[in-house]
Design a protein around this ligand. Structure first.
Ligand code: UDP
Length: 412
């Protein structure tokens, strides 16, 4: 495993965005836990929601007076191919996990466990299935509390795959899921805790940008700022349905010919499937120059994602499964209404008809996008409601408070 370096962040800067109560509680728990040592472990420092959260959460927790390190697994394409199969199976769709794949998963976990020999942490938070088996190699005599944080939608997992992962999960001191719907009834899970992930309102991705800056950035990628833009930001992955988004755009385009579509996706290091799906998306977009397909390889990072979200009249998140979907909160925070799939964590963020729409099909999605494109006042009202929803529920400070409360309860 390798340690990830993060830039500094100051808790003070977040004060004005929080309710007084959240601030008081955060400071209370930070004081109680002062000096405690935390390890965060996940599969990648770049791409996808977990890395996004840890880049903000780790330095902020440090600034609150706790010691915290962020470790990432060392893997290879073959390991990440297997962990993507596990991810897909846990979300209910994927090829079978063969005995060879299981052995490979365990071998990489064992190799990575060499780093934990000298660990002296009070709390170890393992994110998602990739590093879940590390717990088999703990040698802290039970002193550290181990927590498994599941970010994916496990409401209808492949039973064999769930059993495979469960044999490790059952040994944890606690586990965190994003929604209670993701936990099967009667499932015996240690220290089951439910809370959502969050966005960082002050990161380059989410802080307010001047209109001129937004326009300058998206123009660089060929967007005509004089015409409406609809956008989906997400990895190129079947669960995110970028091909369905192109179908939506084509329906919208018939009634609203000036519309442009941006599909913005990062290529995560732990997602070998991504390239394949990017090529499929490009083939489907074909010669339509009003579809902009851009990635981190073309120079899209947090600031550019911010600009695309801010420049959009409507953001789409047409996922088929979604653990949470940070991109929804990111857009709502920028007062942009979101039309999203009526599934998983998206349901938690979009209040249908209030800050966006929940949809089941391509046609319904196109219909809702058209409603918002035709009615700027309605879109602005929904965007405002979205901003407040995120402020109250999905900011990084609330997420940290949830972690600290859990640590405190485990600490006894
Ligand atoms: N993201 C990004 N660049 C891109 C595409 C996505 O920075 O080109 C970010 C996106 O803004 C969000 C995260 O990656 O912060 C994706 O998190 P989400 O929860 O939406 O989905 P996941 O990839 O974890 O399934």
């Amino acid at each position: 495993m390798q340690l990830v370096k993060t830039g500094p962040k100051r808790y003070e800067d977040y004060r004005e965005l929080m309710d007084i109560e959240t601030g008081l509680q955060l400071e209370y728990y930070a004081k109680r836990l002062s000096g405690k040592r935390i390890a965060m472990v996940n599969a990648t420092s770049y791409g996808g929601g977990v890395a996004e959260i840890l880049h903000s959460l780790v330095p902020l927790v440090r600034d609150l007076g706790l010691e915290i390190d962020w470790w990432v697994l060392e893997g290879s394409n073959e390991f990440f191919t297997v962990t993507k199969i596990i991810h897909n199976c846990l979300q209910g769709q994927g090829e079978t996990l063969t005995p060879e794949a299981r052995a490979l998963y365990l071998r990489y976990n064992e190799q990575n466990a060499a780093a934990i020999k000298d660990w002296d942490y009070d709390f170890v938070v393992i994110h998602d299935p990739q590093p879940a088996a590390l717990i088999r190699h703990r040698n802290d005599g039970g002193r550290a509390k181990w927590i498994w944080r599941c970010h994916i939608d496990t409401s209808t997992p492949d039973p064999e795959c769930w059993d495979f992962i469960y044999q490790y999960i059952k040994d944890y001191d606690a586990c965190i899921f994003t929604m209670s719907d993701f936990v099967k009834e009667n499932e015996s899970l240690p220290g089951l805790t439910i809370f959502t992930p969050s966005i960082d309102p002050l990161s380059p991705k989410n802080r307010a940008l001047e209109k001129e800056k937004v326009e300058e950035i998206v123009s660089r990628f060929g967007v005509d700022v004089g015409r409406p833009l609809i956008t989906q930001i997400s990895r190129f992955d079947p669960w995110k349905d970028p091909l369905g988004v192109i179908d939506v755009y084509r329906i919208v385009k018939k009634d609203f010919p000036s519309v442009q579509l941006a599909l913005v996706g990062s290529m995560a290091t732990d997602d070998p499937e991504g390239w394949d799906y990017l090529y499929r998306t490009l083939r489907k977009a074909g010669e339509d120059y009003d579809i902009k397909v851009v990635t981190n390889v073309n120079g899209v990072s947090g600031l550019e994602v911010n600009a695309f979200q801010s420049a959009s009249s409507v953001v789409i998140q047409k996922s088929i499964r979604e653990g949470f979907g940070l991109t929804v909160s990111e857009a709502l925070w920028k007062r942009v209404p979101v039309v999203g799939g009526n599934i998983g964590g998206i349901r938690h963020q979009i209040d249908d008809g209030i800050n966006g729409y929940l949809v089941e099909t391509v046609e319904e999605c196109a219909d809702r996008v058209l409603t918002l494109l035709r009615n700027a006042t309605l879109a602005a009202e929904m965007g405002e409601a979205g901003r407040e929803k995120v402020r109250q529920n999905f900011l990084i400070t609330t997420n940290i408070l949830n972690y600290l409360r859990l640590f405190d309860s485990l600490h006894g």
